[in-house]
Design a binder for this molecule. Structure first.
Ligand code: FES
Length: 399
């Protein structure tokens, strides 16, 4: 079966410009002394090209919920940094992921979602099995030295965590789950693997860099400032970083304490859906906000988890797929659809305020006056994110 060489690239990248790595040291020291990342990291096409190899070809990429493909033959596609990926449930019932790029002349063999027994490329009808093997290729009998076994769809590693599907293009990548153990105790009582996600919606080509999105998601400093009134129950000064940072960590997370129990991110400040039944009082009095870079932002509230799947479409643009996860009992409520609308309206307020801020941040980052700013203690998560990032930039920088 064809496995992808993570160092294979059809674009030439020269790495980060000389001297830039050294400049990043100022962003990885303790938060009281650290400076923000250089603005060019958020605007430069060269940096995204570098990240394509240094991050996206090597890290675990979250592509969605496993429940999206419950039956054999179910599939969906997703494109991350110009790599179209098929995620499918194979005949054995296992989740698989592979490149969607036809190994004949590179057409995308399928797009969207569906259920099928094979993937037939529309262009010349090369036909692939659910496990990516090339089953048939018409009129190739006169082609010398052509072995179908050499032209399967490149296979990716797959790992499930909390009901999310992660894929990794690097066949040598080490497992994801051991890098997330610091966060596991904070979400264990949600049983997210058995919870339900009723669907997602996608904001396309939003005008900011993927790192601006990650920072905004995990930024307790703006909580009841940008979101004054709507987030007053979860204020910035109750931001907490309950664990020490470890360089082995694949997750950056914080707690956002509430001023009351069972708060909710909507105009009532109350949870709308059933509260997850195993939560302790302490867990019912806080949210968690977590990053599993470079694709997943995951948060929890007493009655829901919420996630953003972040996919760069350019150095200054991203697609953001947003979903909620509820306890299964939520769907049994005859008023579920109404409550879902209320939930959605509540979240949209935050999305609109955040979108306005992040679009203006991105615009500011293009300015000749864009700063290397300083952090509040409430922004410790950004320094941890910087450490995650710079470590990988160093490993990915060509020598
Ligand atoms: Fe797919 Fe030709 S490009 S069959």
């Amino acid at each position: 079966m064809t496995m992808l060489d993570p160092n294979r690239s059809n674009r030439s990248t020269t790495g980060l410009r000389p001297g830039l790595l050294a400049e990043l040291d100022a962003s990885t020291i303790d938060v009281a002394n650290a400076s923000t990342l250089p603005p060019e990291l958020y605007t430069s096409p060269d940096v995204l090209e570098f990240e394509r190899d240094a991050l996206y070809a090597k890290e675990w990429l979250c592509v969605g919920r496993a429940e999206k493909i419950p039956d054999v033959g179910d599939w969906f596609t997703v494109t991350i940094c110009d790599e179209p990926i098929i995620v499918t449930r194979d005949k054995a019932g296992d989740v698989r992921a592979m490149s969607a790029v036809c190994q004949h002349r590179a057409m995308q063999v399928c797009d969207g979602s569906g259920n099928s027994t094979t993937f037939k490329c529309p262009y010349h009808h090369w036909n692939y099995a659910l496990d990516g093997r090339l089953l048939g290729a018409p009129a190739m009998e006169r082609t010398e030295d052509f072995d179908k076994a050499d032209f399967g769809l490149p296979q990716f590693q797959v790992e499930l965590w909390q009901g999310f599907v992660f894929v990794n293009m690097d066949p040598d990548a080490t497992p994801l789950a051991p890098t997330l153990t610091d966060y596991d105790p904070f979400i264990a009582n949600y049983d997210l693997a058995d919870a339900v996600c009723p669907g997602t919606f996608t904001l396309e080509n939003m005008p900011w860099n993927w790192k601006v999105m990650f920072e905004n998601f995990n930024d307790g400093y703006h909580a009841n400032r940008l979101h004054e009134y709507v987030q007053d129950f979860c204020p910035s000064n109750l931001t907490n970083f309950p664990t020490e940072w470890s360089d082995d960590a694949g997750v950056i997370f914080r707690e956002g304490g509430y001023t009351m129990m069972d708060g909710g991110f909507n105009a009532t400040h109350q949870a709308i859906m059933p509260v997850f039944p195993k939560l302790t009082d302490a867990e019912r009095s806080r949210s968690t906000f977590a990053l599993v870079p470079p694709t997943l932002c995951l948060g929890t509230a007493p009655d829901q988890a919420f996630f953003f799947l972040v996919r760069p479409t350019g150095p200054e643009t991203i697609d953001v797929e947003i979903g909620y996860i509820f306890h299964p009992s939520a769907l049994e409520d005859p008023l579920f659809e109404h409550k879902l609308k209320l939930t959605d309206v509540g979240v949209q307020v935050f999305v609109e305020q955040d979108s306005d801020a992040t679009a203006k941040v991105q615009r500011g980052l293009r300015s000749r006056f864009a700063p290397r700013g300083r952090y509040s203690w409430q922004e410790e998560s950004h320094v941890r994110f910087n450490r995650w990032l710079v470590q990988r930039y160093r490993s990915g920088q060509p020598s």
